[in-house]
Design a protein around this ligand. Structure first.
Ligand code: 5GP
Length: 190
């Protein structure tokens, strides 16, 4: 039987570039990204079953009742969750599985699977994050942008408690290499 894969949680403020890092990591290693279930609206650039499984709130509630989630959380007014069965199957196949999820979800995963590798992606600075966020969310009013930025500060503070690794996304290539080294067990804890 194949050796079980590692479960890896990657979190970080929105706009920090964790999606890009994850895409690079899976290209270079025996690692896959888990596809979450979400109640948020699909954007035009997204594909059902590739970016998310998009469902209604009712369908999401049903999955909660059926105990289908390894973890779930409400983020920015929408529900997001990781499917237990699919994740277990990938791990059993010997693949490392990345969960790109928020800190609330990360906490739930770590409680159930203490061996989970917990990585938090940091922005080079708060100023830089603010710049990236406003760049990404064009048209967003300043109050909403500030709320998201404050939310990030809270998330960063909470993550200190139970994330073992911190990677600063200053240069993409370097950040990708660091994440790969952590997953492959070549990096020391910070
Ligand atoms: P977005 O809507 O921008 O794709 O994701 C918003 C936030 O939800 C991000 O912080 C992302 O990491 C988080 N997220 C995505 N999928 C999941 C999930 O399955 N569980 C949890 N807890 N958070 C998720």
């Amino acid at each position: 039987m194949a050796k079980k894969g590692k479960l890896v949680v990657i979190s970080g403020p929105s706009g920090v570039g964790k999606g890009t890092i994850c895409r690079e990591v899976i290209k270079k290693t025996n690692t896959v990204i888990s596809i979450s279930v979400s109640t948020r609206q699909r954007s035009e650039s997204e594909t059902e079953g590739k970016d998310y499984y998009f469902v209604s709130r009712e369908e999401f509630q049903k999955k909660i009742a059926n105990n289908e989630f390894l973890e779930f959380a409400e983020v920015f007014g929408n529900y997001y969750g990781t499917l237990k069965d699919k994740t277990e199957k990938l791990l059993d196949e010997g693949k490392n599985v990345i969960l790109e999820i928020d800190v609330q979800g990360g906490r739930q995963v770590k409680e159930q699977y203490p061996e989970t590798v917990m990585i938090f992606i940091m922005p080079p600075s708060r100023d830089e994050l603010a710049k990236r966020m406003t760049g990404r969310a064009r048209g967003e009013d300043p109050q909403t942008a500030k709320r998201r930025l404050d939310g990030s500060s809270r998330e960063i503070a909470e993550a200190r408690e139970f994330y073992e690794y911190k990677v600063t996304n200053d240069q993409l290539e370097k950040a990708v290499e660091e994440v790969i080294n952590i997953i492959e067990g070549k990096a020391g804890e910070i």
